[in-house]
Design a protein around this ligand. Structure first.
Ligand SMILES: [Zn+2]
Length: 251
């Protein structure tokens, strides 16, 4: 499966998916039409042709600017396309043409969408969380681990609901959004109880460190709202990478 032709194919498909992800990141939180509306520049509204929409290449050739009005295109477009290629190629190199390739790359694609949407708009679209929950339950049924999945969903949501409640008492305003509650439940539904617990643990670890860093750099104060979704995404990826080792180490 390390055949260069297969890998080239994966790179092509994943870069096209990357542009599709960019469109979703822009449109989902704005509740815009996804299928029918053709792509256009958000500034000058000019309709974009296939030449403007070549993944990665268009951005580089146009030096990150719109071809019609020279407005700067957010670097997120390039970042998402490159991340998409990296994500699918890595999963392919690790798993090859297997069920696990599909399971991991689907999860990571949704995480990519959540990461950038939450970072930009401080919102996690419900549709992404619900897709993750439904797919998670469906796969768990197929894998005969439905109990673990349901427990992950319920306990994951409950932990975040409780943390949100305590944070609200302390800060006197909403500190965690409903999207975060659903996301931790969704990670539980998809991967089961133990990975979900590790994800929450790592997300608070990473979130805490980054927040301290931002406050020291005076980019934020401790009263500012910092989107938590990106930390959940990073926490869940870290949990997937190392929770097996931690379980062997401690249990
Ligand atoms: Zn334009």
């Amino acid at each position: 499966m390390i055949n260069p032709l297969y890998i080239l194919f994966i790179i092509l498909i994943s870069s096209v998916l990357g542009s599709f992800f960019n469109m979703l990141i822009h449109r989902l939180p704005r509740n815009q039409e996804i299928v029918k509306k053709p792509s256009h520049c958000p500034k000058c509204q000019h309709k974009l042709t296939w030449l403007d929409l070549l993944p990665i290449l268009s951005y580089l050739f146009l030096k990150g600017r719109c071809r019609y009005c020279r407005e700067k295109i957010a670097s997120r477009y390039l970042l998402v396309e490159i991340s998409s290629v990296f994500l699918f190629t890595t999963c392919w190199l690790i798993f090859g043409p297997t069920y696990l390739f599909l399971k991991y790359s689907f999860f990571l694609s949704i995480m990519l969408l959540i990461f950038f949407t939450d970072l930009e708009t401080k919102k996690i679209p419900d549709s992404l969380n619900y897709i993750l929950i439904c797919t998670g339950l469906f796969l768990a049924f197929y894998e005969h681990s439905i109990i673990d999945s349901i427990l992950g969903l319920i306990i994951g949501s409950f932990i975040f609901l409780s943390i949100g409640f305590l944070a609200k008492l302390y800060y006197k305003k909403d500190a965690l959004g409903g999207g975060d509650v659903k996301l931790s439940g969704a990670i539980g539904a998809y991967w089961g109880l133990s990975i979900m617990l590790f994800s929450i643990y790592f997300s608070f670890l990473i979130g805490g460190l980054v927040s301290i860093f931002l406050i020291i750099l005076k980019k934020k104060t401790n009263q500012d709202y910092i989107a938590f979704g990106p930390f959940m995404v990073l926490g869940s990826i870290l949990a997937l990478l190392i929770s097996d080792y931690l379980i062997i180490l401690y249990f």
